[in-house]
Write a protein that binds this ligand. Structure first.
Ligand code: HEM
Length: 507
């Protein structure tokens, strides 16, 4: 037998033993919520293997009810498919439903466990969320960042005017630049910015490491695999973990060192990190700040970029909505200036469009999984301590009882005397782990889309053979759900000279 086949046999034996151990040691719980029967040993692993897992979960909900269970190895997985149940669980019983599962690959090996989205319940989580809340959790704080937001949105328009065919890149760059500006006071370069590149690299590894189901890393389901020596084939995750941890550290240090330097030089702009560093934090709190600031970069950039890209696609798909929203913006702002935050209350149709955007394309369709810190009995079923809990936000957004004709993009559902439920009640999560960046996200999407409507027309673009391709909103399979790319035709609404005046306006 060659050494490779010996090692492969060893790995197979080890994985088999780990899976069998997990199966045999599943605790004798009460009755779990109903769910699809799993296969012996691997449980429901295959049900989570492919495609948009949230759609599979919603289909299972039609058969088994609003709260369903699946198992992989020893861990019960609970999926909550309705808003009502999610409120009962995350709001009313938040004390035991608000921790995070420990993910071996991303949390331990790659070092993300101190990032806000990964923190388990406890002192560090309370302090981290307090830090974020104090500077980004109220409208009075968010308003202090309006000048930076408006400036970044103008820069974005400039880039779109220059290279309209690179709209997806611009959305990602813009969302990253906003977060860097507000978190660190750092103004990113228009192209090839070093810090944006560092964030993108680290984020790419995080997305790969946290793929749901079978596409993820087996060590998350069976942490015992981490004790295998590195010469065993299949343990390449250990080397990857080390390399990817270095990318995470770089993403934290590069921009924070910039803020520290600016504070020393007396040139620091108003920012989340500058505000906290100025207070002179003790070492342990400064370490918390380092991860808290990094968690804003990680959680805030891609999610906002996805919303902006989806906005452009939806405007190309629905020319009637685009025209009506443009007409409203024109009526309030005229053609001589760009919209500002002060206009927001006079733009009810745009606000309805943005609510429908948030409902129709969910940036994070399954939220971030929670875990329970105690056994619970819910509606007569047992939810064991350590269960992994998914809020199926996508299923809530497509619930026909809350949203008649839920697969139709229809901003009018939020106007009139009996509007549908505000999707902001759940698209940012529910309960104690609700997104702490939601006010900032909303402010960024508002100003960018309002300024876009004022300056550009958006139409389906042409493919390589010159045929017009009507886009559709086809979501990808990842936890942060990127829509499929389609060519768009984005053209300025005014002459070059007028566009220059509009966009340069406040510079
Ligand atoms: C359209 C944009 C955004 C959407 C749809 C979104 C949505 C979400 C969702 C669904 C969660 C998980 C909630 C849960 O587990 O129950 C979350 C967590 C989080 N979000 Fe956002 N988010 C957005 C933008 C932002 C921005 C701009 C920031 C930062 C400035 C941010 C920071 C965070 C953080 C730090 C967490 C982790 C919270 C925790 O674990 O306690 N998000 N977000």
């Amino acid at each position: 037998m060659t050494s490779t086949s010996t090692s492969s046999t060893l790995l197979a034996t080890f994985v088999g033993a780990a899976v069998l151990y997990a199966w045999l040691t599943r605790r004798a719980h009460g009755k779990l919520p109903p769910g699809p029967p799993g296969l012996p040993i691997i449980g429901n692993m295959l049900d989570m293997a492919h495609g948009r897992v949230w759609e599979n979960f919603a289909r299972m909900g039609e058969t088994y009810g609003p709260v369903i269970s699946l198992t992989i190895g020893a861990t019960p997985i609970i999926v909550i498919n309705t808003f009502e149940q999610a409120k009962q669980i995350f709001d009313a019983k938040g004390a035991i439903y608000s921790s995070r599962p420990s993910l071996f690959m991303s949390g331990e090996l790659m070092g993300w466990k101190k990032s806000c989205g990964f923190l388990e319940s406890g002192k560090d989580l309370i302090q981290t969320r307090r830090m974020i809340h104090q500077e980004l959790g109220s409208m009075s704080q968010i308003r202090t960042f309006y000048p930076q937001e408006e400036d970044q949105a103008r820069r974005f328009l400039g880039l779109v005017a220059e290279k309209p065919d690179r709209i997806v890149d611009h959305c990602f760059r813009h969302a990253g630049a906003i977060i860097l500006r507000i978190t660190y006071g750092y103004t990113a370069k228009d192209y090839d910015d070093e810090v944006i590149t560092a964030v993108n690299k680290a984020m790419h590894t995080l997305v790969v490491a946290t793929h749901p189901g079978l596409r993820g890393f087996l060590v998350d389901q069976f942490p015992i695999l981490a004790s295998l020596p590195e010469w065993v084939p299949g343990t390449h995750f250990k080397r990857l973990g080390r390399e990817w941890a270095a990318l995470y550290e770089n993403m934290l240090d590069l921009p924070l060192n910039y803020t520290r330097q600016c504070l020393k030089d007396g040139t620091a702009e108003n920012s989340f990190s500058a505000k906290w560093l100025r207070r002179g934090l003790p070492k342990d709190e400064e370490e918390l700040l380092r991860h808290a600031a990094g968690s804003l970069e990680a959680a805030g950039a891609e999610t906002t970029a996805v919303a902006l890209h989806a906005f452009y696609l939806l405007m190309a798909i629905h020319p009637d909505v685009l025209k009506r929203a443009q007409a409203e913006v024109d009526e309030v702002c005229g053609h001589d200036r760009l919209p500002t935050y002060a206009d927001r209350e006079h733009l009810p149709y745009l606000q309805a469009v943005l609510k429908e955007l948030a409902r129709f394309h969910l940036s994070v369709p399954l939220a971030i999984p929670h875990t329970t810190t105690q056994d619970d009995i819910h509606d007569g079923y047992c939810i064991p301590k350590g269960s992994m809990i998914f809020s199926n936000l996508w299923a809530m957004a497509r619930d026909s009882e809350m949203y008649p004709n839920p697969h139709k993009f229809d901003p009018d559902r939020f106007l009139g005397n009996t509007p549908n439920r505000d999707p902001y009640d759940f698209v940012f999560g529910i309960g104690r782990r609700r997104c702490p960046g939601r006010l900032l996200a909303d402010a960024s999407v508002f100003i960018t889309s309002a300024m876009t409507l004022a300056t550009f027309n958006i139409k389906p673009g042409k493919n390589a053979s010159g045929e017009r391709v009507v886009p559709c909103l086809e979501p990808g399979p990842d936890m942060v759900c990127l829509p499929k790319h389609f060519p768009l035709e984005i053209t300025p609404r005014f002459s070059q000279e007028q566009m220059d005046v509009l966009i340069r306006g406040a510079h």
